[in-house]
Design a protein around this ligand. Structure first.
Ligand SMILES: [Zn+2]
Length: 250
């Protein structure tokens, strides 16, 4: 069984999404469908009604924070209901409006605090703010329930995130980026997971519209780098998924 720990089903174009769901069902790819915001979460819930393999999760992506005010009571209900939280985090690289960064931090802190309260794992975006994300994860004591999505920051921050036992997802740029290959080499296999990040990630990497079965290539590349059998890596990922979904029952 393949598990895609970070996808965006609502990113697929309307004419492709049925094919996407068919692939997920046929290949039995358990797919964690991250939300960008409330609208995206509701859309993903709709898609999950067509597949037992799609798990919609709730979060507000840093690029959607802007200067918006959020209804945190409503958000808390979504968090209680979702098996894990994401996509949340900070982005000081792609998001250029510096005047929105404080609001990003405020929203991120709210999610960390609430993840701690309800024992939920979090799927975290760190682009250009890796060291600050590290500080906040430590501040709210959530490192052992954190999945760092597609890490691309500095090595010294990576080492600290590994030390505090975060999990990490390898993504579709494996095999295309020497830096990413080096990052995956550094992360112990028991802290590694895999993702596709929706159709646009692979498009960004090499102009291919990424379908859900791209996850197989990511598993193969990670397994090759870590010198393990794909089956062994798949078993490890299934074990982690169980831990993640049982975590809030503790
Ligand atoms: Zn994403």
């Amino acid at each position: 069984m393949y598990i895609d720990f970070h996808n965006h089903i609502d990113f697929y174009s309307k004419d492709k999404v049925n094919e996407v769901i068919n692939i997920i069902n046929k290949e039995k790819i358990i797919t964690i469908a991250c939300a960008m915001d409330e609208k995206s979460y509701i859309e993903n819930i709709g898609y999950s009604n067509k597949s037992d393999y799609i798990i919609p999760i709730f979060g507000i992506h840093p690029s959607k924070v802007k200067n918006n005010k959020f209804n945190f009571d409503k958000i808390e209900n979504y968090i209680k209901y979702a098996p894990l939280i994401g996509e949340i985090g900070l982005d000081f690289y792609w998001v250029e409006e510096k005047e929105t960064y404080l609001n990003q931090i405020e929203v991120f802190e709210y999610f960390l605090q609430t993840a701690k309260k309800y024992n939920k794992y979090i799927n975290v975006h760190t682009k250009g703010a890796e060291e600050l994300v590290l500080d906040y994860i430590k501040k709210y004591d959530v490192s052992e329930q954190t999945i760092i999505h597609w890490y691309s920051g500095e090595e010294k921050t990576l080492e600290k995130l590994i030390d505090i036992k975060c999990l990490f997802t390898g993504s579709v740029d494996l095999g295309y980026s020497d830096k990413t290959n080096e990052i995956i080499k550094k992360i112990p296999i028991n802290q590694l997971l895999a993702e596709t990040d929706g159709p646009t990630a692979l498009q960004w990497v090499n102009n291919i519209y990424g379908m859900p079965d791209e996850i197989k290539k990511v598993y193969k590349k990670i397994s090759d780098i870590k010198n393990v059998e794909v089956e062994e890596f798949k078993e490890h990922c299934s074990k982690i998924l169980k831990e993640i979904t049982n975590f809030n029952k503790k």
